[in-house]
Design a protein around this ligand. Structure first.
Ligand code: URP
Ligand code: ZN
Ligand code: ZN
Length: 456
């Protein structure tokens, strides 16, 4: 079995950082400690941080939506991921109305199989709920799908409160965890109609028609449904101070709720929507980018540990695709890229600005998503027996972000020209180097990760 010894680095976990060498044999970590010897090929990682491979638990690759399909499929999306230090993505297999869950899962396996440069798992987004779907849930668990998403908005995806109650109840004995897209559909529909009638069809109407209070109302309602059923749940892509307040209040009432946010809600503010269409449309996503005060509240949540994960909601479209909405904000496909820039941005704006520590960064990007989504300790940690998914991170590296050097097919990054600190120098996926020196060096070796139940 091929052995590699990473010598001289500092191993990061959610508990701290310690100087330790890491011995890899084949696909696994077989020793972590000082003075490890033997016949392994040595790689000098002196001065580098060794993170467990990052997990992005919120991507949409090869998703048909808004009469188009996302710019990134599993080929380009997972290359973009490994360049961002991500060794596992959890993508949303999405059930279209009228389909079975099994149809949706097979569909996503076909999209990902032999095309993925990192490992991959699937959540299941449920859009059509009836007894036949309920009967399929045990089979999902047998096939390693243990987390689900429900939507409180979007005509193609929306479920009623009763349906959400029934889904949570059906998953409770199986031990699954449900994430929710929380926005109040009625408020959004009414405001979209109001802006349309008044002729305000520019991108500025996108955030105005999806206000933070519409998110907060839906968070509050979803968490009351979760309370009624008494199951743990997660709020995905949490974007606002008001929404976070609802999470904190629900926790005080005893609801087991986890929260995920994304870099766009931590780093950008709604001034992006005042730019001309070809710029502002890049930032059209749902929930929309919020105000400065929301950003501050979300950073505070990360500092205090009241937010549990940072994912990306990578859902990319080219500028040409975005132009479908050049005369009506409602037709701009929603979503933006992010899987390649998440870690470096969190290091630059989180760790270097002393809002979070390096161990917290590890918790948000690796350990917590692994635990929450049933992959720990195979993924999410550097310890004996874990998959040898390792990010060699140079804390002193510096660069300027540019889409020119990135792997997404959407052709832009929301962070063009941003100066960053820290560099992803090399990425190991199950013991093999997949990314080094700014290049993908091994493609399409990603495998499906069949997941267990949540561990948090
Ligand atoms: O605008 C976004 N975020 N599109 C992706 C779908 C979703 O709601 O997560
Ligand atoms: Zn969503
Ligand atoms: Zn999403």
């Amino acid at each position: 079995m091929k052995k590699i010894l990473l010598r001289g680095g500092s191993v990061v976990s959610s508990k701290g950082i310690r100087r330790a060498d890491v011995l890899v044999s084949g696909e696994k970590i077989v020793a972590v400690g000082r003075h490890i010897g033997g016949d392994a090929k040595e790689i000098d990682v002196t001065g580098k941080l060794l993170f467990p491979g990052f997990i992005d638990a919120h991507t949409h690759f090869d998703l048909e939506v808004s009469d188009t399909v996302t710019a990134d499929d599993f080929d380009s999306g997972t290359k973009s991921a490994v360049a961002g230090g991500v060794t596992t993505v959890v993508d949303f297999a999405t059930q279209n109305k009228g389909e079975t869950l099994s149809d949706a899962l097979n569909n996503w396996h076909m999209k990902a199989f032999a095309n993925s440069t990192c490992d991959y798992a699937f959540h299941m987004a449920i859009s059509d709920w009836h007894d036949g779907i309920r009967d399929e849930l045990p089979a999902m668990f047998e096939q390693g799908v243990t987390s689900f998403k429900v939507y409180m908005t979007y005509p193609a995806m929306i479920l009623s409160d009763l349906e959400i109650f029934e889904i949570l109840s059906a998953l409770k004995p199986l031990g699954g965890i449900v994430g929710c897209h929380c926005e109040n559909a009625g408020i959004i529909d009414a405001l979209r109609a109001r802006y349309t009638e008044s002729g305000a069809l520019g991108v500025q109407s996108h955030p105005l028609s999806r206000p933070a209070y519409a998110e907060a109302e839906a968070v509050s309602r979803f968490l009351r449904i979760a309370r009624a059923v008494d199951v743990p749940v997660i709020i995905v892509h949490l974007s606002s101070a008001e929404g976070l307040d609802e999470v904190l209040r629900a926790r005080e009432r005893g609801v087991r709720v986890y929260a995920e946010t994304c870099p766009q809600y931590l780093l950008l503010d709604d001034s992006v929507y005042s730019e001309p269409f070809d710029t502002s449309s890049r930032f059209v996503c749902s929930p929309p980018i919020r105000e400065h005060e929301d950003r501050k509240a979300l950073w505070k949540g990360l500092s205090a540990g009241t937010i549990d994960t940072v994912s990306t909601d990578h859902c990319s479209f080219t500028l040409e695709q975005k132009r479908a909405g050049s005369d009506d904000f409602k037709r701009v496909p929603n979503g933006m890229p992010g899987v390649e820039t998440r870690a470096i941005l969190l290091y630059t704006y989180g760790v270097k600005k002393r809002r979070i520590s390096v161990p917290q960064m590890c918790a948000y990007l690796s350990e917590n998503p692994a635990r929450l989504y049933g992959m720990y300790p195979k993924k999410g940690c550097i310890r004996v027996g874990a998959d040898a998914d390792i990010v060699v991170f140079d804390p002193k590296g510096e660069s300027t972000l540019s889409a020119r050097n990135m792997h997404s097919k959407c052709g832009y990054t929301p962070y063009e020209g941003v100066r960053t600190t820290g560099r992803i120098e090399r990425v190991f996926l199950r013991g093999q180097t997949v990314y080094a020196g700014g290049e993908i060096v091994l493609e399409h070796s990603g495998r499906y990760v069949s997941r267990g139940r949540s561990d948090l």
